[in-house]
Ligand binder design. Structure first.
Ligand SMILES: [Zn+2]
Length: 102
């Protein structure tokens, strides 16, 4: 019985860092091994748009356009949001592997 409990407990940890509770938010954003991937994604979009972008779950994962800097054309906004969606899917696909989404 005790070994069963240990197995169940170990499955609740993040499969990537094996330190924190493996919640969806942790897998998508909070994991310290995932953050460099998101920073790289944001840097690509900032370079493309020549504007700083907010580093937040509200913007990158939920697509809150109220946080968008002014003056970004709608077509660029849609491409960026699609890029964030693809980045999130890549993150979750690679989450169970010991490597990050890099
Ligand atoms: Zn983690």
């Amino acid at each position: 019985m005790r070994s069963v409990l240990k197995i169940q407990r170990s499955h609740k940890k993040c499969w990537t860092c094996n330190k924190e509770l493996g919640t969806l938010l942790h897998a998508l954003w909070d994991c310290p091994l995932i953050m460099p991937f998101w920073k790289a994604v944001l840097k690509k979009f900032e370079d493309w748009l020549s504007q700083p972008l907010p580093e937040s779950t509200q913007f990158c994962l939920l697509g809150d356009k109220s946080l968008l800097p002014e003056g970004i054309p709608k077509v660029n906004d849609r491409l960026m949001m699609t890029g964030f969606l693809i980045a999130a899917r890549i993150t979750l696909r690679k989450w169970k592997s010991p490597q990050t989404g890099n």
